[in-house]
Structure formats: structure tokens, C-alpha cells
Design a protein around this ligand. Structure first.
Ligand code: IFM
Length: 723
């Protein structure tokens, strides 16, 4: 179960499929648009870190030069799926190797028939190399002309980010050098074209912003022609000479076989660490591998100044901005399977601390308040206004950039989890500790002492459930902030024993005075949380008094409750986009009894907009259901996460992969059905697998040592010791 495939091309789902068939290598990703193009395609390549300015949303990843462009003419007729007759078609993405293959038998309008096989991959071995091959089997005698281009005329849905710097040819390698208009980042692509037959004619067309290498061949019926296009890519973020570097990487590619062999070996290493085996459920098996693949191709291997956007690198959605989706949903996958990648992602947060401090300061607080939407610098880039979904002519205010303070605790949580799982003390001493201490400082000053109620509160916030804004004492926010403050003391104690010099340094730089620490203690000890005797937690002040909501009353439907109710009415009822309280009970599971978890699950599960609410919710609900010993319920939730993109449940997969859902899918399998938990001795599993699963096996790293879990169903728990 490694292949994602389609055997028919349906134009109405082309954007969805472009997302699904995205390939990449952690440096860039390219959507699965066709080499020759198709009307209204949404072709895009996104390179990490290549942001340029835009109105309203501040900045976005600029759609890079299109390296795919390959025009094929059969006896002078241009191959395209929207002309002539498609006699057969299939497309496959091999998740094992990231190789995308498309086979088409095509009859031209005048009756020339050929079978074309297109293959492409973004080398994982050399992240500056992209490879494309086309094999043409003609059923006629005549000519085949191949035009390979580098198309610099790419836009972001109408916004042009690039100006041309230079183009030309060095030896037989053509190149295009462009620069972002506002941020002045340089991008260079260079290409060489090889074939297994001697061309009748070759030409270099110096078309402005679209250098093209053309080769014409004389072909005979049934004689396969193979053309290979190797593209080198580099930016000014990599080198002071992007053109030189791009040319070098294109030139270095010897042939398809050797480039693919090296790439395949690199993928074999990735899967050796990350693969998950599920026997007895093909859908779950392919979904978890697909999720892992999508995360692995978006994950920076050699860059600690970029994050993974909510839509990974696979679409225009959210413009490449990163959210809490990283630390809470995606990061755990890397922390457990590829710690070197997790470290890069956390380093990104470390490097954006200055912007987080500035945001806190501008708002009258101390410490680090991370941007809700974060891009190159870490400054807040959440748009303040977006078109209202009820009436696109009106604007709706987006409050998350102003009110979603939980992001700082999410970063701290991801940091702490990385440290506990990896035991990477060196990194934690140099960078991680500062992230936890400075976010604690933020929560220390953001808390309000309410004399009349004798407690600390966080008021006027928005929690993960975005159907309710401007709420007081959101349970997720309060609990995670409290955890952040308490954890800061664990960190201080550790520093005191293990590296007192670092403690002195941080105490001075972060102004960790006794007065400040005392305030943290008080805030943590007196943080408000409204809990009923049976353990039921109120999502925020007054939630229980809101109008009740039963999703069944609104079925069948194809819209979210937000769209059905509108912003104001949604705020006034108990319909939730995702269950904040269950999120807390998952993340801080040691703090809650089984009864308390059950009380909250039973209450909030009924009020959640499961199908069209947040794509982040279902995987967490799956885990919580498993924690209660309800794997079949968990499976219902899991399937919602697993299908989010593969089946385009919300109709927006064309905007890009739901990265959080992909990470959540892995977490649901490992922490939910597998029940993996680490402890002081090592680890243990408490499996709660759906009945039809026969076997679940996965690997993870604990303190640098690989651990193997292999659970047969039905089964008892497994334990492991890392010492
Ligand atoms: O971070 C999420 C948020 O929780 C819900 N709206 C979409 C964001 C990006 O995925």
C-alpha cells in the first residue's frame, strides 16, 4: 500500500488532485499540475523561505519559476488533454520514492496516436535538483518535437512577485534568474535536456522570462523516444551566486537512472525511520503513509529559519504562513521519528523570538508572544480582515492575531516535548529553555488578577474553537498557560543543577527577578478553571449558558455551522469548531482522571461540528476516544482526519494539504490506537485498536535510540526500555 493513483482525469477535481500529487523534498514542493498545462490549472512550486509582500496578508510564499513546462508536438500537433482524444489515462504517486508517473495514450485531432509516459521527482538526495522524464511511443512515422522551458511568468492567483534579472545559456544549460519585487530574494533555475536519440534539430529560444530548449526528433512507429530534463535550483538564501549553483546542480546530473537511484536511497532512509504498518485496513495504511509523505516533503532538512505552513508547501492556502498547527500537530511526528527535523522547526521559533518579544511589548506585555500566523521574520502576519464567507462583498474581522494567545504555550509545549523525547540537553540549554522561560514571562504579564473573584484570568481571548471569539477564560488557553508557567520552574531547577552559567545568563537577559518568578507562581496557582463536580470543564465563561446545539438537527448539510449560522449566531450557541477541552485532556493527559475525560468527551463530542468544522479536531477526538477505551468511536473520528485531503471532505483540498490533519493522523495511530506513552523507565503502549486491525507497527526515537513497536491485535501492552 504505497501507491496513490487515479485512472481517469476529471477536470472538476483537477485542483484537488494537483494537491494530492504534490511532490517535494523539504526544500520545495511542486503541485501535481501537468507538464504541458491544462486550462485553469493551479500550477505552483513553493520554495521554503521565499516570501514576498502582499496587501492585507502582509507576505506570502511566491510561486516560483515553473520547472515542469514540457510541450510535446507530434507531427506538429501539440499534445494536450483538452484537445484530441484521451484513449487511456492513469497517474500514480509512489509514496515510497516520491515518483509521480502519468501514462496517456492520446490521439491528436488529425489522428496521430502516441503513448506518453511522464515521470518526475524532486531529489531528496540533492535538494537542488529536480528531474523530469518523458517517454513517447509513437504509432506513426514522423517527428516529435520537445520544448522544455523555465517559465518565470508565474503568479500567486493574479499577484506577480518576480522581476527578471537575467537569462541565458551556459554551455548547453539554460537558466533564468529572477528576484522578488519587494523582498529582493533571488531565485535561479537552470536546465539541461538529454535524450536517447540524436535530435534532428536543437535550438535555444531566449524567450523573455521563459528560456526554452527545443529538440526535434525523427521517430518511427513503436520506437520509444526518451527525453530527460534536469533542473538545478538555488536562491540567495543558499548562496551569493544562485545562477552558478543552479547550473552546477543541473550539470551534475549524469542520467535519470543514477539520479533516481540516489534519490530512492535517500527515501529508503526516511521510511526506515518513519514508516507505520497497519495490517487489516488498507485505507488506514495508505492514509497514514500519505500523511507522512506529505509532511516529509514539506519538512526542512537543512534550514532552521523556516517553518511548515498550515498547507505545507502544496498550495496557495494561508500563503505559506505557519500556525500552532506546527507544534501541536506536525512537530510530534518529527520529534518522534526525525528529531533533526524537529530541531530545525524549533530553531525557527528561536530565531523569531525577537519578533515575538516585539509583539508582546507593543501590546503592553513582557516575554514572547508568538505570531498567530508567522512567516519569514516571525512578525504577526494574520490578515485583519478577510471576505465574509456569507457575503463575499463584505469584510469580516479576523481576531486570531489579536486574541489567540495560546500560540505561545503551544510553542513551549512542542519545545518541552522535544526535549523530553530526545534528551537533547545541549539544544535545550542553548535554545529550548529560553523559549519556555520567555513564553512564561508573557503569560505572567498577560494574566489579570480579578480581586472580586480572587483569581487570575485570561480575558478577551480566542481559543482553538474559533466559532467563539472575545471569550474569557478559555479552558485550553488557561490550562496551557498554567502548564507553561509551571514548566518554567522545572526548567529553572534543571538549569540550576546542570548549567548554572546558563541560568545566570538567562536570568539577566530575560530579567527573571524573584518578583517576576513569584508572580508566575501566583498566576499558576490561582489560574481560573471552571470545573463541575463530575470533572466537566466549561470551555469558557458562560459557555454552559449558551443556546444548546445538536448537530443532528441540521443534517444533512454540506456547510460548516459557522457558514450556516453566521459569525454572530455561532458565537451565541454551543456549536464548536473543535473541542478545546478535549485538546487539553490529550496534551495534559496526566492531569485528568478517566471519569473526567469521559464526562468531557460525552459533553463536547455531541456539540462538535465534526464534518465541516476544524480539520484539526478529529484526530484529537480519535485519541481521546482511545484513551477512554472506545477504539471504534475513535476510528470514526480517525477516518475523518485520514480522509480530509484524500477525499477532499471539506472541498478545499485544492488550497493545499491540511498539514495539521496529516500530523494528527499519525498521532491518532501512534498515541491513540497504539497508546504509546513515554515514562521515566522508557515507554509503554496501551493499545486500543479497532477490531479489524490485525497489526500495528511503528518506530520512534527516544533519547537517540530507535525503538520498535509491533502490536498484534488483540494484544497486551508492550514496554520498552531505552537505557
Ligand atoms: O490553525 C488553524 C486553526 O486552528 C483553524 N483555522 C485554520 C488554521 C490553520 O490550519
Amino acid at each position: 500500500m504505497w501507491i496513490i493513483s487515479e485512472d481517469i482525469f476529471e477536470p472538476k477535481s483537477q485542483h484537488h488532485k494537483e494537491t494530492i500529487f504534490t511532490i517535494g523534498n523539504g526544500y520545495l514542493s511542486t503541485r501535481g499540475a501537468f507538464e504541458e498545462g491544462y486550462p485553469a490549472d493551479s500550477r505552483a512550486t513553493f520554495v521554503h523561505g521565499m516570501f514576498d509582500r502582499v496587501p492585507i496578508a502582509f507576505t506570502e510564499l511566491a510561486n516560483a519559476t515553473d520547472w515542469l513546462s514540457l510541450i510535446i508536438l507530434l507531427n506538429g500537433e501539440c499534445f494536450s488533454l483538452d484537445s484530441g482524444t484521451v484513449e487511456s489515462y492513469d497517474r500514480h504517486l509512489d509514496l515510497r520514492t516520491g515518483l509521480l508517473i502519468r501514462n496517456v495514450r492520446w490521439r491528436s485531432p488529425s489522428g496521430c496516436v502516441a503513448t506518453l509516459k511522464f515521470e518526475r521527482f524532486a531529489s531528496l538526495e540533492d535538494e537542488h535538483l529536480l528531474c523530469l522524464r518523458c517517454q513517447v511511443e509513437p504509432e506513426f512515422d514522423g517527428t516529435v518535437e520537445v520544448r522544455a522551458g523555465l517559465n518565470g511568468n508565474m503568479d500567486n492567483e493574479g499577484i506577480m512577485h518576480w522581476r527578471r534579472v537575467a537569462q541565458g545559456q551556459r554551455d548547453s544549460i539554460a537558466f533564468l534568474h529572477t528576484r522578488t519585487r519587494a523582498t529582493n530574494l533571488d531565485l535561479a533555475l537552470a536546465m539541461k535536456v538529454d535524450s536517447d536519440q540524436t535530435p534532428l534539430e536543437t535550438a535555444f529560444w531566449d524567450v523573455e522570462n521563459f528560456p526554452t530548449l527545443s529538440q526535434t526528433f525523427t521517430v518511427k512507429r513503436s520506437q520509444i523516444l526518451s527525453v530527460e530534463k534536469f533542473v538545478g535550483i538555488a536562491t540567495s538564501r543558499d548562496t551569493s551566486d544562485p545562477v552558478g549553483m543552479a547550473v552546477e546542480h543541473a550539470g551534475k546530473a549524469i542520467n535519470w537512472e543514477s539520479a533516481f537511484e540516489a534519490h530512492q536511497q535517500a527515501w529508503a532512509q526516511e521510511w526506515k525511520r518513519a514508516d507505520v504498518i497497519i495490517e487489516g485496513d488498507d485505507e488506514a495504511q495508505i492514509a497514514v503513509r500519505f500523511s507522512l509523505f506529505q509532511l516529509l516533503i514539506a519538512a526542512p532538512r537543512h534550514d532552521e529559519r523556516v517553518n511548515i505552513g498550515a498547507k505545507t508547501l502544496s498550495g496557495f492556502g494561508y500563503r505559506g504562513h505557519a500556525f500552532w498547527d506546527t507544534e501541536i500537530f506536525m512537530l510530534p511526528v518529527f520529534t518522534y521519528t526525525s528529531p533533526h527535523i524537529a530541531r530545525n522547526l524549533l530553531d525557527y521559533r528561536f530565531h523569531t523570538l525577537p519578533a515575538a518579544r516585539a509583539k508582546a511589548k507593543e501590546n503592553g506585555f513582557e516575554g514572547a508572544w508568538f505570531a498567530w500566523e508567522s512567516a519569514d521574520t516571525g512578525e504577526e502576519v494574520t490578515p485583519t480582515w478577510v471576505p465574509d464567507f456569507k457575503d463575499k462583498k463584505k469584510l469580516a474581522r479576523v481576531w486570531t492575531g489579536d486574541l489567540a494567545i495560546h500560540i505561545s504555550a503551544d510553542v513551549a509545549y512542542g519545545t518541552y516535548q522535544y526535549w523530553r523525547v530526545t534528551g537533547d540537553d545541549d539544544w535545550f540549554r542553548e535554545r529550548g529553555a529560553e523559549l519556555i522561560l520567555d513564553t512564561a514571562s508573557f503569560f505572567g504579564t498577560r494574566a489579570e488578577w480579578i480581586e472580586a473573584r480572587n483569581r487570575y484570568e485570561y480575558n478577551d481571548v480566542i481559543g482553538p474553537d474559533e466559532y467563539h471569539d472575545h471569550v474569557n477564560n478559555n479552558a485550553y488557553t488557561n490550562c496551557l498557560a498554567q502548564w507553561n508557567l509551571e514548566t518554567a520552574f522545572t526548567v529553572l531547577d534543571w538549569l540550576k543543577v546542570k548549567c548554572p552559567e546558563k541560568l545566570t545568563d538567562l536570568t539577566e537577559r530575560l530579567n527573571l527577578t524573584e518578583v517576576r518568578l513569584e508572580k508566575w507562581r501566583k498566576v499558576a496557582a490561582n489560574m481560573h478553571l471552571s470545573v463541575k463536580p463530575d470533572g466537566l470543564i466549561e470551555q469558557f465563561d458562560g459557555f454552559f449558558d449558551l443556546k444548546d446545539f445538536k448537530p443532528a438537527d441540521y443534517e444533512p448539510r454540506t456547510k460548516s455551522m459557522h457558514e450556516i449560522f453566521g459569525i454572530e449566531a455561532a458565537n451565541e450557541c454551543q456549536a464548536i469548531k473543535q473541542p478545546d477541552v478535549l485538546m487539553v485532556q490529550y496534551l495534559l493527559h496526566d492531569h485528568y482522571s478517566g471519569e473526567a475525560i469521559r464526562a468531557n468527551y460525552n459533553y463536547y463530542n455531541l456539540r462538535t461540528d465534526h464534518t465541516y468544522g476544524s480539520s484539526l479536531g478529529p484526530s484529537i477526538q480519535a485519541i481521546v476516544a482511545c484513551m477512554m477505551g472506545y477504539p471504534e468511536d475513535g476510528y470514526e473520528h480517525f477516518v475523518r482526519a485520514a480522509r480530509a485531503d484524500l477525499r477532499d471532505v471539506r472541498g478545499n483540498a485544492g488550497d493545499g494539504i491540511h498539514g495539521a490533519s496529516a500530523g494528527g493522523t499519525w498521532q491518532a495511530v501512534v498515541f491513540g490506537f497504539g497508546g504509546l506513552r513515554l515514562n521515566a523507565e522508557g515507554w509503554k503502549t496501551s493499545p486500543h485498536m479497532p477490531k479489524h486491525w490485525k497489526r500495528l507497527s511503528f518506530k520512534f526515537f527516544q533519547h537517540g535510540k530507535i525503538q520498535v513497536v509491533d502490536i498484534q491485535n488483540p494484544s497486551g501492552a508492550e514496554t520498552g526500555n531505552t537505557s
